[in-house]
Design a protein. Sequence first.
Length: 271
Amino acid sequence: MSPHIMVFDSGIGGTTVLKHIQQYIPDGRYSYFMDNAYLPYGKLSQQTIIQRLTGLLIFIETQQLHVDVLVIACNTASTSALSALRELTTIPIVGVVPAIKPAALLSKSQHVALLATPATVKSSYTQQLISQYGQAVTVHLYASVELVTLAEQTYQSKKIIQDKLVAELDSLVIDNRVDVVVLGCTHFPILAKGLNEYFNSAVLLLDSGVAIAKRVCAILTEHNTGWSNKLDANCKGEKKPLHYYATASIYIDEQPVELVTLIDPTQNEKS
C-alpha cells in the first residue's frame, strides 16, 4: 500500500516542497492542505499558529485520513510550533527550517542572507540555527510578508511581477557582500527566476526542498520495512493524483479543492 503523505502550508508555497517529495516518492498517496484563511502565517502569533496546527491534527483524526508522514512545509509554522505539535500526535512530522548550515559551508564571502517572514526571522529556533551553524559567517536577516503575496500571485498568474519584486527587494537593502541567499519561506522558490534576475545570478539561492524529501524517505524506511527498495526502484514513476484541502476558496489549475474548517482547540476547552 502506498504511503499517505500530507503536506501542509499556509498557502501554495508548500507545493515547492511537495514537488521534490513527489520526485523521490512518485508512488506515494498525497494530500496538500493549505490554511489560506489565515495566510500569511508570518504575521501570526506563535499561539495562534499552534492552535491552527492542533486543529489540523484534529481534522486528520476525525476524518480518519491515516497519514503516514505529515510535512509542515512552512518555515514559520515549523520554527514556531514543531515541538509543540510533535507532543500531540504519533504521526511522524517533518518540518522545514532555514538552510543556514549548508549556506555557511557554501559561502565564499562569509556573508549569508536569510530571506524569510518576520515570524521566522524573529524565532528563537532560527537564532539557535545561526548560533550553531553560522559562527564562521555573518548572517544578514531580512523579513518580508510582501514576497509571500507576490509568490501567491505568481503561482496563480504564472508570471512574476518583476517591478513589484524589485521594489520589495530594494526596500530590504540586502548587503552587497552576500553570495548565498537562504530562501527561508517555502513560497520564495516560486520567485526564483525573478530573484536570480534581480541578483544577476551572482548569488546562490538555497531552499530545503531536497533535504525534506530525503528526510521523508528516511522516515518511511524506518517505519515501514521493505519500502526503501520499492521507493528507490520507482523513483522515475508516474505521480499519483493528490487531494487538495483549503480553509478558504482558491483556484488551483482546474484541480478540485475541498473546503474545510479547522476546529479551534481552545473553544473545546471552554465548552
